[in-house]
Design a binder for this molecule. Structure first.
Ligand SMILES: Cc1cc2nc3c(=O)[nH]c(=O)nc-3n(C[C@H](O)[C@H](O)[C@H](O)COP(=O)(O)OP(=O)(O)OC[C@H]3O[C@@H](n4cnc5c(N)ncnc54)[C@H](O)[C@@H]3O)c2cc1C
Length: 372
């Protein structure tokens, strides 16, 4: 008989573990409390973002994840775009940070390039020519339309690998060797993987409260469509956000500069990311508010700080905002890139890729399943 696994959560991590176990011949059941995934995995930019991953830590996992995304999307006929990314640089400190990053990383990241503002303008016609001096270009970034892709993948896994999905099914408790649904039905399996995102605190509050994790809450916006097709974009503030940039020597100097130049953006953990949907809409963000409790009141001033920063780099004042939302994810506080922990003889927590779940999950699941 095949070995079996129960997976709680149909976000990207639950899907990634479902695929990895199915490939190893397991009989896989996924339980998702909502009618269709509605957690972090459908609220993000859909960015697969290897440029943010440290070359000695998770870059290879990100590149493997990108490969699997392409394979899954090609097989399941899901839209994706190999957009590449542009980091817009506006002043001498950012230019020298970009140069330091390029010098350190050019061999680990084939295709990494330094563009002049004229080259940037040919890719993004609406750059602010008063401020943008150049950009770092990377070819490895890719986008999916998360809100549809994550909801289409279950059907693909069901059809091609026999994964069984139970939507509208809340797991109320986890026992050694089984899970119990809200209807009191017990499902036994050799293994259980808890990929329940930031809601893990509801099932295992005692473990959650001891774990080196916090919850990040983010403000996000989406514009009406624009006609120009652009690569994915980030700005100088992203130097302060991703582990990959820790190789830059003048990072501390830049942080001091940003504290005085962009106090509101720094206070709310804002850096600029923009991805473009298949319809041409721009997904724009984001801010970061950390803690285990978040008030439900989305601050429009924080949205405005994101847009103010965007307007320093791009001439998009006319842009109409069609949607606003918040998203939450679990973030490690000990510097690790994930939380994978055995909590009894059959149950494992798989969580914590933070702001890089779309970038790391397929690869992470493959690595852990091959060890189990
Ligand atoms: C605004 C935002 C932007 C982001 N942008 C990016 C990006 O562009 N690129 C990137 O790489 N990463 C990004 N991230 C991070 C990424 O989205 C997350 O790391 C990832 O989605 C986490 O996936 P998950 O499967 O752990 O959680 P989730 O997607 O939240 O899935 C957990 C699922 O478990 C279900 N569940 C919980 N408890 C139970 C239960 N008891 N019974 C049944 N089901 C249960 C929930 O309903 C949910 O569907 C972003 C995150 C946010 C919030």
């Amino acid at each position: 008989m095949n070995k079996s696994v129960n997976i709680i959560g149909a976000g990207i991590l639950g899907l990634a573990f479902a695929r990895a176990f199915a490939k190893k011949g397991y009989s896989v059941s996924v339980f998702e409390r909502t009618p269709k995934a509605s957690g972090s995995s459908i609220r993000n930019f859909g960015m697969i973002w290897p440029i943010g991953q440290h070359k000695d830590q998770t870059l290879q996992r990100a590149l493997r994840t990108r490969e699997i995304w392409k394979e899954v999307c090609d097989d399941a006929k899901i839209w994706y775009k190999e957009s590449g990314s542009l980091q817009l640089l506006t002043n001498p400190i950012e230019i020298s940070l970009g140069q330091e990053f390029y010098d350190e990383e050019k061999y680990a990241r084939p295709g990494l390039d330094f563009l002049t503002w004229r080259q940037v303008e040919s890719l993004v016609p609406f750059i602010n020519k008063q401020t943008v001096r150049g950009a770092l270009f990377s070819p490895t970034e890719m986008i999916v339309e998360a809100r549809s892709a994550i909801r289409e993948i279950p059907e693909y896994l069901e059809k091609t690998m026999g994964v069984k999905f139970h939507f509208n099914t809340l797991i109320k408790s986890v026992e050694e060797g089984s899970v119990t649904t809200h209807l009191g039905k017990k499902h036994s399996a050799d293994l259980t993987i808890l990929a329940s995102g930031y809601e893990t605190q509801l099932l295992f509050p005692e473990i959650f409260n001891q774990a080196p994790v916090t919850i990040s809450s983010l403000n996000m916006l989406r514009s009406y469509p624009i006609s120009d097709l652009i690569p994915s974009i980030c700005g100088g503030l992203s130097f302060l956000h991703y582990p990959s940039y820790s190789v830059c020597k003048t990072l501390n100097e830049y942080e001091t500069y940003c504290n005085s130049e962009f106090p509101n953006q720094i206070k709310h953990g804002i850096h600029l990311l923009i991805s473009q949907s298949p319809l041409g809409e721009l997904t724009i963000g984001d801010s970061h508010d950390y803690g285990n409790h978040h008030d439900p009141f989305q601050m429009s001033s924080v949205d405005q700080f994101i847009l103010d920063y965007m307007n320093k780099l791009l001439n998009l004042e006319y842009l109409g905002i069609a949607q606003r939302w918040t998203g939450q994810y679990l973030k490690m506080t000990n510097g690790k890139s994930e939380w994978f922990e055995q909590i009894d003889s059959t149950t494992y927590i798989a969580n914590g890729p933070g702001g890089a779940g779309m970038t790391l999950s397929w690869g992470m699941a493959e690595e852990y399943v091959s060890k189990l």
